[in-house]
Design a protein around this ligand. Structure first.
Ligand SMILES: [Zn+2]
Length: 173
């Protein structure tokens, strides 16, 4: 299997509203498998949304906190609490910034066979789920930042510049 190419901030596909998955057959399984392969073979990667491999469909795979999840059509059905913590993104490699999120979320989704599941997660995993579901709505973590920059420890990038670089929307008609 070959890894899918991950796209970076500035690519307008990251701003697309991903479309719901309606068919749970071979083609979906193949896509989820290649997303899983890409995620597991990317150093330090926690999660991958389909948008990030140029497929605007509501799918994300997560390999984080000793848990592997495949979420199709995920939806936050309730959230509570609040926390501010550091966050990064495969589409902006190496950079991190503090983002305010709900502390706990309940997420409803379907598995690759269309079966519905509901999970409740708190802390870092809840943060990861919110970050991924945001991707499916074309929202990036920089949109939610209160600080003025992201950093990789050495360099800082201004959030304002990143927002400008990622603001491009595609004409879909
Ligand atoms: Zn991300």
């Amino acid at each position: 299997m070959k890894k899918e190419k991950i796209i970076y901030f500035g690519n307008p596909v990251l701003r697309d509203q991903a479309k719901p998955v309606t068919a749970f057959h071979k083609k979906l399984h193949a896509l989820v498998d290649v997303m899983k392969f890409t995620l597991l073979n990317e150093d330090g990667a926690a999660a991958l949304a389909a948008n990030q491999v140029s497929v605007p469909k509501r799918i994300t795979v997560i390999n984080y906190m000793d848990e592997y999840l495949e979420l199709i059509n995920p939806e936050i059905v309730s959230s509570s609490g609040e926390s501010v913590d550091s966050e990064g993104c495969l589409s902006l490699p190496g950079y991190f910034g503090n983002v305010r999120r709900a502390e706990t979320v309940i997420v409803k989704f379907q598995d690759r066979n269309g079966k519905e599941r509901t999970i409740e997660r708190s802390g870092r995993m809840a943060r990861c789920l919110q970050h991924e579901i945001d991707h499916l709505d074309g929202i990036l973590f920089i949109d939610r930042m209160e600080e003025q920059f992201v950093t990789n420890g050495e360099n800082k990038l201004a959030v304002e510049d990143l927002l400008r670089a990622t603001s491009v929307k595609r004409d879909v008609d």
